[in-house]
Design a protein around this ligand. Structure first.
Ligand SMILES: [Zn+2]
Ligand SMILES: [Zn+2]
Length: 83
């Protein structure tokens, strides 16, 4: 009989409501540990496969208006409010 338990991977960025077949939990957890990496810079989780793309998001950009440094992914938002 299959019993479903909540996704136990604590570092997963998947929705916590995600249900995983309990017989595959350890496999799933292993997968998450192997493939989800926590970024030291922005503390976000990213897929191992997306390491390069993620690194780009964390590149620093200087705002030409206020001369502050921003990470790429924050800069877009910043540009809308800084002038
Ligand atoms: Zn990051
Ligand atoms: Zn600015």
């Amino acid at each position: 009989m299959l019993s479903l338990v909540p996704n136990p991977a604590p570092n997963s960025s998947f929705a916590s409501s995600e249900m995983v077949d309990s017989s595959k939990v350890h496999l799933h957890e292993a997968y998450c540990k192997r493939n989800r990496i926590k970024c030291e810079i922005c503390q976000k989780f990213y897929d191992k496969e997306e390491e390069e793309e993620h690194a780009e998001l964390n590149e620093k950009v200087e705002c030409e208006f206020c001369k502050k440094d921003f990470m790429n992914d924050q800069f877009e938002t910043h540009q809308m409010i800084c002038d």
